[in-house]
Design a protein around this ligand. Structure first.
Ligand SMILES: [Zn+2]
Length: 120
């Protein structure tokens, strides 16, 4: 199942762009629920793993299932970053950094525009 994406969503999902910090209402989303891939509706993250990183992008310390998030290395801004994408449809989601909270120590820094949140 593929949904039609807006221009901004396409820029992020297909071209690897990054939304402006603090531009996504999902930054402030605190309800329990599930975050889905906006492109293919695969379950990507649970609200249980969401935390406020202060970065300006919705942040999670682990994916709903490890195998659903794919990674690759990019050098788009001049230094090495680990890019993350939906393993089902290939949509770019954001990046993962190693400065997250316990227990994983990871920070999945995700563009809210390419997430679909469904409260429980
Ligand atoms: Zn997807």
């Amino acid at each position: 199942m593929t949904k039609k994406l807006s221009k901004e969503q396409q820029k992020i999902a297909l071209e690897g762009a990054t939304e402006r910090p603090f531009s996504s209402p999902l930054n402030y989303e605190k309800r329990a629920g599930i975050y889905y891939c906006a492109s293919c509706h695969t379950e990507l993250f649970s609200s249980d793993a969401k935390y406020d990183s202060g970065s300006g992008w919705p942040s999670f310390f682990k994916p709903a299932k490890k195998e659903i998030i794919g990674t690759s290395t990019d050098y788009d801004i001049g230094y090495e970053r680990v890019e993350v994408h939906c393993n089902n449809c290939g949509a770019h989601l954001g990046h993962v950094f190693e400065d997250g909270p316990k227990p994983t120590g990871l920070r999945y820094c995700i563009n809210g525009a390419v997430l679909d949140f469904k409260p429980d």
